[in-house]
Design a protein around this ligand. Structure first.
Ligand SMILES: [Ca+2]
Ligand SMILES: [Ca+2]
Length: 294
């Protein structure tokens, strides 16, 4: 699903933000978005030292937990990156967030009753309440990459990460494997794969005319229409999850998937490493978000 919104802040196909697991979204890498997170994966090297087991779960120095995703050689964070994880990065590295640069396009776009606008919001103040346990939002693809690079060096310096491993964003195919979409052809571009697998959702099947099952994920249920919801966006008929915006990661309201990964469907989108199509300054996000209603 290619973005045609003037801001590229979200690709609404009509009034649709997709939930289906085979769909992806092409987003410009520059602007900061209201709803983006990253899931960090840890690459497996060919000559893994014995002290490190790529098939095992691990917890890093920030307390982020990772599980192995079979068939990929990488481990995925079980949670979307939290506000507190990103806060350590900014504090320790002195990272200058893109909103502070001269490029006005790099400032965060956020959704309110009047649609997407730049309102001076940032990851620290996204315009809705967030605790330290909520997923960080307002993070560009570049910010996400910088976080991964910083975390790689931090963990290596502390002796927790071998030199042949790194933190990075998941590739589009790795994200598909993590969500259970194992039949996709990894040689195809995200654009070629987009919307090719129909009627598969993070929780399984979704019969016409029925709401998603209770606890399916943080999507745009009836609660999203809280007076700050644009008239041209729909909400899910018959579904209510209790979170009008983001939910804290690992909320008991929503079940993790078979691998133990939370919120791959919904809450906030996950940045992926890939370009949506070759030679295009747009990257891929996956997984729907709190504003998705189909
Ligand atoms: Ca919701
Ligand atoms: Ca998500």
């Amino acid at each position: 699903m290619s973005g045609n919104h003037p801001t590229n802040a979200a690709s609404h196909d009509g009034d649709r933000v997709s939930i289906a697991i085979g769909d992806s979204l092409a987003l410009s890498v520059g602007p900061l978005l209201a709803l983006i997170l990253l899931i960090v994966s840890l690459a497996q090297g060919a000559d893994a030292p014995r002290s490190y087991d790529p098939g095992a779960a691990l917890t890093n120095g920030l307390g982020m937990r990772f599980v192995a995703v079979q068939g990929t050689g990488v481990q995925f964070s079980v949670y979307e990156v939290r506000v507190k994880d990103f806060r350590v990065f900014v504090r320790e590295s002195g990272y200058v967030h893109l909103r502070e640069t001269a490029d006005p396009n790099s400032r965060m776009w956020s959704l309110d009753r009047d649609g997407y606008k730049q309102r001076g919001h940032s990851w620290e103040n996204p315009g809705f309440a967030q605790t330290e346990e909520h997923p960080v939002v307002g993070v560009s693809w570049y910010d996400a990459k910088a976080f991964c690079e910083w975390l790689t060096l931090r963990e290596r310096d502390a002796g927790r990460l071998p030199a042949n491993r790194e933190y990075r964003l998941p590739r589009d195919h790795e994200w598909s494997m993590a969500v259970g979409l194992v039949e996709e052809d990894p040689a195809k571009t995200p654009e070629e794969k987009d919307e090719q697998i129909k009627d598969r959702y993070p929780w399984g099947e979704w019969p016409q005319g029925q709401p998603p099952p209770k606890g399916a994920g943080n999507y745009a249920g009836a609660e999203a229409d809280d007076g700050r919801w644009p008239d041209n966006l729909t909400t899910l008929d018959g579904y209510r999850d209790g979170y009008a915006r983001t939910a804290p990661v690992g909320s008991r309201s929503f079940k993790p998937n078979k691998l133990g990964i939370h919120d791959l469907g919904g809450n906030v989108w996950e940045w992926c490493e890939d370009e949506y199509r070759p030679v295009a300054l747009v990257r891929v996000v996956r997984g729907g978000a709190w504003l998705a209603a189909r």
